[in-house]
Structure formats: C-alpha cells, structure tokens
Ligand binder design. Sequence first.
Ligand SMILES: NCCCC(=O)O
Length: 815
Amino acid sequence: MTRSIPAKARVVIIGGGVSGCSVAYHLAKLGWSDVVLLERKQLTSGTTWHAAGLIGQLRASQNMTRLAKYSADLYVKLESETGIATGMRQNGSITVALTDERRQEIYRQASLARAFNVDVREISPGEVKELYPHLNVADVKAAVHLPLDGQCDPANIAMALAKGARQNGATIIEGVKVTSVLEKNGRVTAVVCEQKGERFTIETENVVNCAGMWGRELARQSGVTLPLHACEHFYVVTEAIAGLSRLPVLRVPDECTYYKEDAGKMLIGAFELEAKPWGMEGIREDFCFDQLPEDFDHFAPILEMAVNRMPMLETAGIHTFFNGPESFTPDDRYYLGEAPELKGYWIAAGYNSIGIVSSGGAGMALAQWMNDGEPPFDLWEVDIRRAQPFQKNRAYLKERVSETLGLLYADHFPYRQMATARGVRRSPLHEHLKARGAVFGEVAGWERANWFAREGQEREYRYSWKRQNWFENQREEHLAVRNGVGLFDMTSFGKIRVEGRDALAFLERLCANQIDVEPGRIVYTQMLNARGGIESDLTVTRLSKTAFLLVVPGATLQRDLAWLRKHLRGEFVVITDMTAAESVLCLMGPRSRELMQKVSPNDFSNDAHPFGTAREIEIGMGLARAHRVTYVGELGWELYVSTDQAAHVFEVLEGAGQDVGLKLCGLHTLDSCRIEKAFRHFGHDITDEDHVLEAGLGFAVRPEKGDFIGREAVLSKREKGLTRRLVQFRLADAEPLLFHNEAIVRDGEIVGTITSGNYGHHLGAAIGLGYVPCQGESEAEVLASTYEIEIAGTRVKAEASLKPMYDPRAARVRV
Ligand SMILES: NCCCC(=O)O
C-alpha cells in the first residue's frame, strides 16, 4: 500500500534497519511529533534481517557497557510493550580464553562491567563444561559468564521498535528512497525522496542518516564525512542437531568465532583476520534481503577450528552457508551525533556487526542528544566528530576495513596499532625520525613516533597486558626529560587561527579562562558546555590584538572546529585550520634552556621569556615561535615552525644537542610524564560529562571575568560543592600494567574506573587518574580511605593524592 508522504516533519530518519527504528522509537517516546522514517525498500531489508542477534554486555569501555546494558534491558521489555515476539531470551553468554593474554583481557572487561552493575562471573573450564557440555575445554584457560546476556530475533526487534515508534505517533513509510538532503546557510532544510518514480520534498530541519552501508555515499552528497565501508560477513547454520539443549551464546575470540544455538540448530559466525571488503563499485539499486555468494575456501579454516572446538559439528549437516554485507569503520567504533559540516544532519551508523546490541542504547542516546542539544553522557568514542575528512577516501576505507572486521575478536592489547592503511598524514620530520629508530603509532591518520628503538633493536611492538617491549626505551626517554633534555615531534597538534574584529569577544564567550591578555601571552583554558562539562582542552596564544592561535590535540581538531563554528553568533571572526602549516618541536627538560641558548641568539631567561609566553625567535638560519609551556611538567619550549623549515630546525637542534645529551622521545613518554604530573588528557580524564571543577581545573576558570558558556554551572558547583574528584593513584605493586578502565575500589567497594594510566618512571610505579565520588566530603576525608585498583580481578593497594605526586608546586616548570 502506498502511504502518503507528509510535506513537513520535525525529523526525517533515513533507513529502516534496527538503527533507524530505534532512533524513531526513542524520539517518539520523548514526545517528538512528526517523526518520519523513510525506508528505500522494506524495513530490515539491508543488514538487520541477517544479523546474528547476540546481546552481549561485555564492552571495552564504561559508556559502551552502559549502552549495551540499556539495549539488553530495553529488549527484554519490548515484547510486552508492543506485542511483537522479539525472540529475546536471556540465556546468558560465555566468553572463553585460550591464552593467558586473553584471560587478562576478559578479566579486565569483567572488572569494568562489574563497575556498571552488569552481572558477570569468572568461571573455570570445569564450570564452562557444565554450562556448555558440547565444548572441548582441554585448552580453555579461563572464561567469563554473563547470565543476563542473550540473543534475539534481530528483524523482530526492529519491527517491535518500529511498532513502538508508531504507537507513539511516528510515521514509517517503506518503498521511499531519499535522493538528496537540501540545505540553506549550513542547515538542513528538506529531504527529497522518490516513491514509485514520483518525487516529493519534505521540509525538515533534522535528518538522521541511519542508512547503514548506503550511509557514506548519502552523506557525501551533503558534504558530510561518514567513513564506513561494507565487508562480507560469514556464518553457517547447521541442520537441527538431535538432543541439543538450550545453550548460552558462546564466544571463542581466539578462534574468531561465535556460536548461537537456536531451535536446536547451531549458528557459527566468524570475524576472520583478513576480511573481504564489498561494494567498492556501489550497491545495486534493487538490493533487498539479498545475500552474497558463498566462499567456502574463505570460511573453511574457521569451520575446521569450530569442529575441533565442538566435535558434534563434524556430523551435523549444514543447512545454510550465509554471506551478507555489513558496515565497518576505520576504528571499529560506530558513529553518533551531529555532522560537523551541516547543522541538523545527524548520524547513527557504522555498527561493525554489533548493530543489534548497540542500536537500543545508541538510539536512546542520539534521541536525547537531539532533544537536549547535548549528549546524555560522554560519547566521544563514537562521536562522528572524530572522523577525519580524508577517511571518506574509498581506497583508504577498503584497506582499513579488511583489518577492522577481524579486530572485533582480536586481542585488544593496550597500545595496539592498526596494521593497514597507514602513512596518510606525516610530519615533515617523518623520515628523520624513522632513520633514528622511531616506532610509529597512528592518531587521526597522523603517523607519530611513539617510542625510539635502540640500534639493532626490533622496531616492532610486542603486545601484552604486562610491560611491553618498549618499556625500557620509554624509561630512558622519560628520565632524559626529567634530568636532561628530550625532543618530541608534536606536529600532529591541531592549530586553529581565530582572527577578526570580534575574535577576542568570541573567545571570551567560549573559554572559561581570561583570554584578554597581552599579545604574546599563552592561556591554558577549557571550553565548557552549559553543564560545566569540558568540551575542549586547549591553549590560546594571543598573536596580536585581533588574532589568536588555539592549540588542541590532533584527535579533537574536527570536534573543536565544530564547537567554535557552532557557537558563532554573527561575530566578525575568521576561523582557519592551520594544522598543516606549522610543525611543532617540543624541547623539554631542565637542560632545554642551555640547548636553546646554543641554537638561538635570543634570550631564554625567565625575565626575557617567562612561562606562559610566546616569542618569535631565530633558530639556526630559520625562524620559529617559541611557546614556553609544557605538557610534561618541565622547563621547556614548544617550537612552532613553518613546515618548510621544520627539517632545518630539527637538524640544528639535533646537532647542538649532542653536547647536552639530547634524546629523541615518543608519545608514550609524553604520556608517562604527563600522568606523573597529573596533567589531564581530553577523552580520558576530562570529557563533556566531567565538570571542570571536579576535574581539578578550577585554577583555569575565571567566573569574575564576566559571562561565558558554563559560567552558571561553575558558580552553582562552587556553591553546592563537588560530588566527585579526580584523584591520582600510585600502585603499591610496581608490576601490573595500568592502562585505563581498571576499577577503583574505595574501602572495599567499587566506586569508579581509572581514566588513564601509565608507568611513572621517575616515581617508580604505575600511576593512574580516576574519579572518586565525594558528596560533602573534605579533601582529607577523601584521602583517609583505603584504595585499591582491581586489575583483571586482582586488587592492588594504591596511594591516593589530590595534588600531583610529581613536583606538586610546579617549581620545575618555572625554574
Ligand atoms: N553480529 C555478530 C555479533 C558478534 C558478537 O556479539 O560478539
């Protein structure tokens, strides 16, 4: 039946898979009227219909766990709410480890899940056998059991969400293809669509791209970056196996497989290490409930392992060999939020084969985000603003997703780097660093030296949940920064120039610190949201009366640009991304002044170049702007050098550095030094849900300067008092690896998680940061408790401090 297409809507959701249905359901539940969902063919006909439907709550981070738990809880009640049988059953799940490393990973995830009240138990191989009698457990080292995990019928979950949405007033129309999204002045104005060859326009200010594997090209038409690409995903379903009882979902990540028993048949799916990207030439117009040709050779090694793991499969007949396309992203995380390029263009897509368990929570979070204008909690890890414009390149995507499908079940080691699609963004110093032993990691496409190998040392990571093979390299680099001088290439910093008649007023409105300082001064500040949460962590350097340079982490550049542009209110301001124009060389350590003085005729004394100032200097035969700031807690200068002169400046520093023991240092050392000094890192220790005062950054907030975004929230928090505080921890046992997400235990009770951790080579211990609730408690009371950190199920004593354990009075920085 053809349904009439409305002329207007408050929102048009594009795509009738589980993602679109969930967004429609949650918006309608929030009371949004005129919610319209358009599906090009039939609901679920893209990817949802062939999903395996596993509902697993064990996720890599706290908020992903929170969202997965939300989905599980929602799906349990959906059937009674809508009358549609969802097939949801909480038969539990088991994940087994076949290696010691995997045991560490699943035990760490279990600790994290417990911090969020997810019911999870570590179980022995014997207990696995009791729960799963068909399993060969001879080489099983460990396992975790989540009794409230389960499985569902994915298509019916989507149908139930659609029905729930309709019950709350949403309009869902099938057989309508969206052909374009119209915009005016940078804001969505309408959606153009086709139904049976006829063209319609729906006026709207909001669209949600839930178009799955069609999403990238649809977004591209509107200038929106949505980097995802389809890959073939394989599973087999056996014939009914006699005597098969109800079984929990089983995951054997070390063999890339998952197992789902349904109606006496067994479904065996795989995330093989090298995937097959699909749809490079586009997707056929009539694609609907389609599948791809089987590829038995590709699946055979998986099946062989499965038969060894579950010997009864040897005699089971194969009922279905299934191959269907699913969307994968460059970092295996999905996308939510408003596209930075276009106001009113929202995204919920790229689910990396975990769309069913993700969509319930993601739909809720996106609906609240659209409703309130801000996400309900920190969603940075799935925020669309992390996508880099270059990532829509199809050659890049094709290469990268061939890896990310398999990474779903690979060991998620700390510091693990992608092996594919590397080298897209490089500093002008890349070859210099490579020739000197740099081992690179990647952030936002940038290649960055993470550590420097010694001559003759293997230039590869050896990953582990313990100290990794670069630990000693990091120690030497770290101690050089603390006792001598180290040089970091930080060209990946995002650099944003804000200039114009109203630049000062604009930045004063957005930043919590005072920006009206003398030209040449550098201000450390945050941009806050109305709740006092931290949207951006940056330095602002006043270059002249009307020009400012904002320096932000490389990973947050797109987010920060979007935040600035979103808050323009007609001011005369030009915002320019200058990242590629300047390299940054950071010279840090007590001997940095001595070295600067060797390579430059300028005066680097405290009087001539005090902390927190920027000066143009001569260096070698070139020029630089020397910023006296530090992220490692030492005397030092960040040298901003035009990219054409970067190699020259590097060579000059390196040559003169021989006499003072200059050491090249990598990002791992930057991190270990800043953690000793308790300097916060955006995305880990500080996010948009962390109040600036609770993050301990009150020293950079000036409510007395006048109005700025978040001021009310700062004043209110000052009056009402803090409810949590960011605390620094030092482990009593020097051995365990502190990374992030380990549970914080206060007086025997889990109260939070470590937000970032590393080894403090000066302090001689693993150091971490994390929030502790403190309603009405004084600092002394917070510190009077006993603390432990739970690492892979083992609790380790920890010392707590509210002041940096390294150089608490910042004497070294201003020396
Ligand atoms: N689509 C398969 C889901 C795999 C998992 O939940 O582990």
